[in-house]
Write a protein that binds this ligand. Structure first.
Ligand code: AMP
Length: 216
């Protein structure tokens, strides 16, 4: 099963992706994390995408495809994976389908308002080492509970950049939603609830999708 998480920055994709990974064993693949790693390592690709990412703009499809392609070839993706932040455009969705053709898909669109996003991201910290996401009150957590790495604020989590990312999401998601809705694999999820409540709703959808595909 390929699980695709759609939703604006701050909708809870990362957190829910981690929970899905833990519960179902599908690895979570975040293109944002993969690209940030390239920037951190100072690779050619990293240098090309750094400024675009800081401004909250979308990285060119061919560049994101490079990191996705490499990651999907790994052994742990054989029975399935959760994509967090990919695809973000219809073209990326089509490229993904070419890359990995026959896999059944479930697309979860986590819906949330811009106001809720702004409030949430003010408290978001991420681990500089492993990318784990924390949604705590500012200043309460300093270290990652998973790996002990330092918790930092992402450079694109400033209010003006958050607004820009929300605008881009709204602008680009329409054709993606239409595409997945036509394929009958799109499931909306109300993201303006507690993490646990959202995950319960996601589990209901995924359990029925997974058992449906096992029967076929
Ligand atoms: P995220 O961690 O998913 O919020 O992504 C952070 C940033 O990485 C985005 O604002 C984009 O600049 C870039 N990025 C991540 N995934 C993609 C994608 N699928 N297409 C284009 N840019 C992306």
């Amino acid at each position: 099963m390929r699980i695709i998480l759609l939703g604006a920055a701050g909708s809870g994709k990362g957190t829910q992706g981690q929970l899905i990974e833990r519960h179902y064993g599908f690895p979570r693949i975040s293109t944002g994390d993969l690209l940030r790693l390239e920037v951190q390592k100072g690779t050619e690709l990293g240098k090309m995408v750094e400024e675009i990412m800081k401004a909250g703009q979308l990285v060119a499809d061919e560049l994101v495809l490079e990191v996705v392609k490499a990651r999907l070839q790994a052994q742990d993706c054989r029975s399935g994976y959760v994509l967090d932040g990919y695809p973000r455009t219809l073209n990326q969705a089509l490229l993904l389908e070419q890359l990995d053709r026959s896999r059944p898909e479930t697309v979860l669109e986590i819906q949330i308002s811009e106001e809720a996003v702004l409030k949430r991201l003010a408290g978001r910290r991420v681990c500089a080492q492993c990318g784990a996401v924390y949604n705590n009150e500012p200043g309460t957590e300093l270290q990652c509970q998973a790996c002990g790495g330092k918790l930092i604020i992402r450079s694109d989590d400033r209010p003006e950049v958050i607004r820009e990312r929300f605008r881009i999401y709204r602008e680009t998601v329409g054709p993606l939603l239409a595409h997945y809705s036509r394929k009958q694999v799109l499931f909306p999820v109300d993201g303006d609830r507690t993490v646990e409540e959202v995950f319960e709703a996601i589990k209901l959808i995924l359990d029925s999708r997974i058992s449906g595909h096992q029967e076929n």
